[in-house]
Design a protein around this ligand. Structure first.
Ligand code: AMP
Length: 507
């Protein structure tokens, strides 16, 4: 038994198209896709990989990510995709922490890693563009591996790394059951069918583009229109020949900012879905006025997959993330007092339980224990409330996570790099409202007495150490950070002071 493999990769066979590309003459059928998965599985076997081994992947968005994911599920290999923006220094951490057996990456990253350290305990193979790279030396399209590893529903299918407030990333272990239950629930809730064509411009190293979008399309036998990245003109070009679009709020604000985006273009779309960050009520309303479509907003996180969704049929309430999904349970708990729960209307921390909730953090049993209640509920760290109809509204995050352009950034990681500068006394990084990115990153620095800070040098250090999406958009040097009576830096005060920092930034 390997239910995830059966439901995602072998159920929908035949000449039906799985992937279509912007060049519409180029397609990949479900049959060919499965054959390619099995050839890739053969290839992984030749590299010596076995059930339970970790495979880390950091390549550009291409269909190879899907075939490697499929081959991992076929063989019970743990699939670990990485954000393509991560620098060599960051990647090194993930490779060590995961204790991976193989790292598949680009020649560019291979060179960067070589410059950092040549000795390593795992194999590295490259994939640069279509079928180019050392990985393909073991790939033969006439050699599919028919063997399918038998797996339990609790076996780990994938690990997705999330950032930690302490600055250290944690690997969320997602089981076969976690992924499959959520894909089936969402496919049903959003009424996906084999006639759907999903416009896919999301990255596929993140739960949204990989598990929400791709797994749903696979269990439903739908087609994916595969765009390498989000580009407004490309989206507008493809909207008329697709039926569903999934995106982060930034996609929708950027579409609205384009005068070519109108009702006529969206007439064949049956559903627009948004998630990963808050969709402003104004955006929801403006979108409806322009196109007649009410965007369906949903809510979830890497550790839990999707938790709530506005209904496909029924009221989609702007500003809310909808009602709890089938088989999932949520409650709103008091932040401080254990076992005290909030009545509808009152704000508390969102807790969740169900087949969608992850197994725990990789090699971090203590951390895992802290994040779960004794009765099995996971503490999301998101603050929210339920209304009288049990629609959930997220009001903010307990932790100081910044979501910029749909991607999570934890301030601590940036602060750590800044604080390494000899001239810096201390720093605080906050996210404040940004018209394009949702939140823009702002670094507030206090310099050491008698020192001066060279912002250009500091920016250069940040660029060397951090992925582009984590770089502060502005840096301010101030006299001292606001603190409470316990000596803790009051980031809420900083957010208030700098609330309008990006308000006149051009979209
Ligand atoms: P990630 O693990 O990257 O998927 O990020 C999860 C976090 O994104 C959640 O804990 C929320 O804070 C936030 N999030 C996801 N969807 C929404 C939404 N629809 N509205 C507000 N915040 C959201």
């Amino acid at each position: 038994m390997n239910p995830l493999f059966e439901q995602l990769f072998t159920k929908n066979q035949g000449s039906k198209i799985f992937l279509s590309f912007t060049d519409l003459n180029k397609t990949l059928t479900y049959d060919k896709f499965l054959n390619e998965i099995k050839c890739t599985a053969n290839c992984l076997k030749k590299f010596g990989l076995e059930k339970g081994d970790c495979l880390v992947l950091q390549i550009e968005k291409s269909h190879h990510v899907f075939t490697i994911y499929g081959a991992c599920v076929q063989l019970g290999i743990i699939f670990i995709p990485l954000n393509t923006d991560y620098t060599g220094i960051e990647v090194k951490y993930f490779l060590n922490d995961s204790e991976c057996k193989i790292f598949i990456t680009t020649t560019k990253m291979l060179k960067e890693l070589d410059s950092l350290e040549r000795q390593r305990s795992f194999n590295i193979e490259t994939i640069d563009a279509d079928y180019k790279g050392s990985f393909f030396s073991n790939f033969n399209e006439n050699e599919p591996l028919e063997f399918i590893e038998g797996l339990d529903e609790d076996d780990t299918a994938a690990i997705l790394y999330t950032s930690g407030t302490t600055g250290q990333s944690k690997g969320a272990m997602l089981s076969q059951k976690n992924l499959l239950s959520n894909a089936l629930t969402l496919s049903k809730a959003w009424e996906f069918t084999p006639s759907d064509i999903l416009l896919h411009a999301l990255p596929i190293y993140h739960t949204h583009g990989l598990f929400v979008a791709t797994n749903i399309a696979l269990v439903s036998g739908s087609q994916i229109r595969f765009l390498k990245k989000f580009d407004v003109d490309d989206i507008i070009l493809n909207l008329t020949s697709t039926t569903v679009m999934m995106g982060v709020p930034t996609f929708y604000t950027r579409l609205l900012a384009n005068i070519k985006f109108n009702k006529e273009i969206t007439k064949n779309i049956r559903l627009f879905i948004s998630g990963s960050a808050p969709l402003l009520t104004e955006t929801h309303k403006e979108f409806e006025n322009r196109t007649g479509h009410k965007i369906l907003e949903r809510y979830g996180m890497t550790e839990t997959n999707m938790i709530t969704s506005n209904p496909y049929i029924g009221e989609r309430k702007a500003g809310t993330v909808g009602i709890v999904l089938e088989d999932v349970e949520i409650r709103i708990a008091d932040l401080e007092i254990e076992d005290e729960f909030k009545k509808n209307g009152d704000i508390g921390v969102v807790e969740v339980k169900g087949p969608n909730v992850f197994k725990g953090y990789w090699k971090k049993p203590e951390k895992t224990k802290c994040e779960f209640r004794d009765d099995g509920y996971f503490i999301t760290g998101d603050m929210g409330f339920l209304d009288q109809d049990n629609y959930l509204t997220i009001v903010g995050r307990n932790k100081d996570l910044i979501i910029t352009g749909g991607l999570n950034v934890y301030p601590k990681e940036i602060e750590t790099v800044i604080d390494r500068d000899n001239n810096v006394e201390e720093s605080a990084v906050v996210g404040v409202s940004h018209p394009d990115f949702g939140e823009g990153i702002l670094a507030i620095i206090v310099k050491k007495k008698g020192h001066s800070i060279n912002i250009d040098i500091l920016n250069e250090t940040l660029r060397k150490n951090l992925a582009a999406f984590k770089l502060p958009k502005k840096i301010h040097v101030i006299k001292e950070l606001p603190r409470n009576s316990m000596g803790k830096v009051q980031k809420n005060v900083l957010r208030d002071i700098y609330r309008d920092e990006f308000s006149d930034t051009n979209k």
